[in-house]
Design a protein around this ligand. Sequence first.
Ligand code: ATP
Ligand code: MG
Length: 454
Amino acid sequence: MLPPETALWNFVESAVRDVFRAYNFQEIRTPIFEATELFARGVGEDTDIVSKEMFTFPLRPTRPELVDEIFEMSEMKPDLFTPGGEFVSSEDKMEFEKRKRSESISLRPEATASVCRAYIEHGMHTLPGNVKLYYMGPMFRRERPQKGRYRQFYQIGAEVLSHTGDLKDDARVDAEVIEMLTTFFEKAGLEGTALYLNSIGCKECRPKYVELLRAALTKVKDKLGPDSQRRIETNPLRVLDSKLESEQAIIEKLPRIAEHLCPDCLEEYTEVKKQLAMRGISYAQNFRLVRGLDYYMRTTFEITAPGLGSQNAVCGGGRYDGLVELLGGPPTKGIGFAIGTDRVILSLQDMRKLPVERALDVYVAWMGEKNYPAAVKIARRLREAGLAVELPPGEMKFGKALGLADKLGARYALIIGDDEVASGQFTVKRLEDGEQKKLGERELVAYLKAGEAP
Ligand code: ATP
Ligand code: MG
């Protein structure tokens, strides 16, 4: 990422900070890598992310360590081992394998698991009110790189963790989180976004729906492609995700989860839709929106943006009550989302939304080695006043200095030579029209500040 594109990143990130702050979210920064175990449990062993996409490393070179540890253990508890140094019991061997796995680390593929880990580790459930956190930073997944899909990509995300409130309160939290998102996209200038909404039920109703779906899919098995055929057994929900042209008509006729929700899930889903309508947020229901992760429940949503081809999802989110508990914490409700920042940037670029780069204000054209200290002093003064100032380290001929000032896009050239230093009156030239003025140091700051772009 290079300038001037980085200015667009800064613009987007500062829009996020402003909007999220207005909704009383505070920033959390989690490590770039965590124990592999955390993602295996927190994201789920069976997800694509964990099973195929993580960059995982042993914490230490395994071979020599292994021998050392076995050696140490066999000294302390010789009866656990055969004379050949093998574990006597297979349970001990498994325990040891598990320990070995826990000594493996992975680059974070997402941050929700990390946020929940931090929540537990720092006893954040004792904080007053709901815990509202946001993050931004790089994530890593082993993917085939293409437009909008990278191995190192960036996410901006937020999570609300709570341990009080009823279904109605949950729905309000969901809607407020979505409101915050739409406010952000508006502020960032992203146009043509679409919000898709679904409820994927809970531990009670989802398994029953999955069986229903499996039965319906079994009936049409012959008409499905090999991937979907396999998923009838492994994960029927994933069939809904299929992009295969020949399967689209079949999928349209499958049973939809929204029609098979338990009373609680139905109540929450109905309330979320009511809350969105009350906030004037438009959405489309999409029964095919299933998050691949086990712990997701009820509200799920996705936001798409134009100009991205098939990688058009710029945000995915949902409710994950129970995840904190799964990771060893107290019963906790959660809802969160992650925005794909790279894709937001791509979409903005596609719309030619480029931020106005703040220009260089002043180029200091100094002449005569003995006048360099005066140039340093005045440059510092101007910078303290908030102006962007370029002070060349080496002396240059007048014409060359002005030429460079022009190429750098400076608004003013400040000329400092023998006469200026002697009289304390500096020549300032407006490069746009060549207008020149002679000003003392104090008037100079006021003059340059007044001519500043907003
Ligand atoms: P996809 O279906 O595009 O692979 P996903 O379900 O893996 O998305 P999430 O895990 O929900 O994505 O991540 C949230 C957002 O992060 C996505 O909507 C997308 O904008 C972004 N994202 C995910 N993976 C990548 C990637 N490899 N490169 C760039 N952005 C990504
Ligand atoms: Mg993916």
